[in-house]
Design a protein around this ligand. Structure first.
Ligand code: COA
Ligand code: AMP
Length: 623
């Protein structure tokens, strides 16, 4: 018998425009849209302000005293709570600070900051002004920040004096200075949040002190924007060294996130939602900042790690102390907790308060991890799938639509609005359980990327040309006979390290620049904690000898310098030859299998079978 999910799904695909116009009624519009999708965009005739929907409307509805944001920072021993009133004051003054420093509607603002409340105020302040924020994750190196500066061409950059990683401080100011030096686009000003633990030296000409600017700013009101105006740009790894600037619109985004909070996550206003991620990633944008606040929930901003700050009980302490209703994290974080607390004794001792469910995304949730969490939490553990480009879940078990039953290894059913198919290379739909490319029928529902920043051609070429009429997600998988989707791997060179999306092609570009390296291949190999980690195989130039230990050290330093610590690049092997086809294509998939310990037959296309032996020997396998 059809349940609520089935009925809602059918409604969403039989008349998408009517379905999403109905969902749009839960958003406060300055000009309410009358058109759903016009063949080009969602809600093209609507006007609104996203920040108004995240803050002001809750205050105006008499909910100003409800807690909007809880900042918990075990690394600085700080807890702060902000009501919607507090948020309104902080965000409208931050918007005033930006405006008085020249930021206008449509301008870009780069935010390169740790997980502190001011970073969230800044994102919302940009939304308030109709400016476009672009948050850059703190684990990226100056060269990556410079690429984003050159692409987004910001008017202003916001940063903090430091971030706090276990065992070390991340000094943002020197990183920013270096990036400003590398970037072609010159940004005159940066506003620096001075943190007590480690204030930065400010350059009188270019740097402004956040507290001074904030204190003298006047509150700024919400600016009306078109539904289709960009809210933010978020850069993500592509298959080249140039990051893709994923654009998010205002109206579709607000509608989709609000709908997903209720129907995917089952959240009601005033309940507490915690996404233990970072604002540098899409999870942070959608489910630390915009989703919970637009829905009127409490959001948790956590500056810490799943383990070591101070222990594997931190997640459960926060969930219990702040009455978290639904929790979202990456499988890697649960693996880290499980490694330190295999018996789940922190869960047993601390309790989990009123937690209803744990959602996992960012990488494949391995059944062992799901099982451990289910057994210890005794609550639904829901794997769900999405990407930076899509912005909110496309496959899930929709708790808010009454579904709780999951199948370990599957990311669930298509979420209402998404028509998901598995296609072969010739665009044919594959039968149940046959593996192929995951594709989503166009147009996708509201909230998904309308384009890439200033590169619409690249958007079309990257996502829409491979299978006409479909968005190509870049993942491979199957749909089973019950309609559940199983996501298995990427079809490109993207790997997923600790829930972070990285391009091995980009790492190859860095490794290949070493003067002793003739050629190289970087692949992702299984990692018990991080899911995958990058591993390089390098062939030296004729006549070049470098002590392997020294070379590896230099390569690690180069990747860290060019891409950043987030790449988690820690290992390389020197080999005599790389396995290639007769036409010169490196057999990366074969290398991946060998490095994962699989027994691989010699591919018929291989140019020199001996090359396989070098890889096996490097990995310590018998030939
Ligand atoms: N700023 C600066 N550096 C950062 C950073 C940040 N915001 N976040 C991570 N790094 C650095 C780390 O310090 C580490 O540096 P190191 O090589 O000097 O040790 C490096 O980047 C790799 O970090 P990470 O991959 O996170 O590994 P880890 O060993 O420090 O921690 C986990 C492992 C599993 C605890 C951690 O990866 C984690 O919490 N993962 C959850 C991921 C997540 O939330 N993803 C979002 C998608 S839902
Ligand atoms: P990102 O854009 O950083 O969110 O990364 C998106 C990619 O992460 C997807 O294309 C998948 O390859 C992977 N991913 C995210 N969630 C899942 C999941 N639940 N199962 C399998 N892979 C996932």
């Amino acid at each position: 018998m059809a349940d609520k999910y089935d009925l809602v799904y059918q409604e969403s695909v039989s008349n998408p425009s009517a379905f999403w116009l109905k969902a749009a009624q839960n958003i406060d519009w300055i000009k309410e849209p009358k058109i759903g999708h016009d063949g080009n965009a969602w809600f093209p005739d609507g006007e609104l302000n996203t920040c108004y929907n995240a803050i002001d409307r809750h205050v105006e509805a008499g909910r100003g005293n409800s807690v909007a944001l809880i900042y918990d920072s075990p690394v600085t021993n700080t807890v702060k709570k902000y009501s919607f009133f507090d948020l309104l004051e902080r965000v409208s003054k931050t918007a005033g600070m930006l405006a008085s420093n020249g930021v206008k509607k449509g301008d870009r603002v780069i935010i390169y900051m740790p997980m502190v409340p001011e970073a969230i105020f800044a994102m919302l302040a940009c939304a308030r002004l109709g400016a476009i924020h672009s948050v850059v994750f703190g684990g990226f190196a100056p060269a990556e920040l410079a690429k984003r500066i050159d692409d987004a061409k910001p008017t202003l950059i916001l940063t903090a004096s430091c971030g706090i990683e276990p065992g070390r401080l991340v000094e943002y100011k020197p990183l920013l200075d270096n990036a400003r030096h590398l970037a072609v686009h010159k940004v005159d000003k940066a506003i620096v949040l001075q943190r007590e633990v480690h204030p930065a030296h400010l350059d009188a000409q270019n740097d402004l002190n956040w507290a001074h600017e904030y204190n003298k700013a006047a509150p700024h009101n919400c600016v009306t924007v078109k539904s289709t105006d960009p809210l933010y740009i978020l850069y993500t790894s592509g298959t080249t060294g140039i990051p893709k600037g994923v654009v998010r619109d205002n109206g579709g985004h607000a509608v989709a996130l609000n709908w997903s909070m209720e129907n995917v996550y089952g959240m009601q206003p005033n309940e507490a939602f915690w996404a233990a991620s970072d604002i540098g990633w899409v999870v942070g944008h959608s489910y630390i900042v915009y989703g919970p606040l637009i829905r009127g929930c409490t959001t948790i901003v956590f500056e810490g790690k799943p383990v070591g700050t101070p222990n594997a009980g931190t997640f459960w302490r926060i969930i219990r102390d702040y009455n978290v209703d639904v929790f979202f994290t990456a499988p890697t974080a649960i693996r880290a907790v499980r490694r330190d607390d295999p018996e789940g004794s922190f869960i047993a001792n601390e309790g989990i308060g009123k937690l209803r469910a744990l959602f996992l995304a960012g990488e494949r949730a391995d059944p062992e991890t799901v099982k451990w969490a289910q057994e210890n939490l005794k609550k639904p553990v829901i794997d769900h799938w999405w990407q930076t480009e899509i912005g909110w879940p496309a496959m899930a078990t929709c708790l808010g639509l009454g579904r709780t039953e999951t199948l370990a290894g599957s990311a669930g059913h298509p979420v209402p609005g998404f028509i998901i198919k598995v296609l072969d290379e010739d665009h044919n739909e594959l039968a149940a359980d046959e593996i192929g490319e995951i594709a989503i029928k166009m147009p996708m529902p509201p909230g998904c990327l309308p384009t890439l920043w200033q590169r619409h051609d690249h958007f079309v070429a990257s996502y829409l040309e491979r299978h006409p009429g479909f968005y190509t997600a870049g993942d491979a998988g199957t749909i089973d006979t019950n309609g559940r989707v199983h996501v298995m791997s990427r079809i490109d060179d993207i790997i997923n390290v600790a829930g972070h999306r990285l391009s091995t092609g980009q790492m190859e570009q860095v490794v290949a620049q070493h003067p002793a390296v003739a050629e190289c291949a970087v692949i992702g190999v299984p990692d018990e904690l991080k899911g995958e980690h990058p591993l390089a195989f390098v062939v030296l130039k004729n006549g070049h000898y470098v002590e392997p230990g020294v070379l590896v050290h230099e390569l690690i330093a180069a990747v860290r310098k060019e891409i950043g610590p987030v790449a988690a690049f820690k290992d390389a092997h020197v080999v005599e030859k790389l396995p290639k086809t007769r036409s010169g294509k490196i057999l990366r998939a074969t290398m991946r299998k060998i490095a994962s310990g699989e027994n691989v037959p010699v591919p018929p296309t291989i140019e020199d079978p001996d090359a396989l032996r070098y890889i096996k020997e490097a990995m310590g396998h018998e030939y």
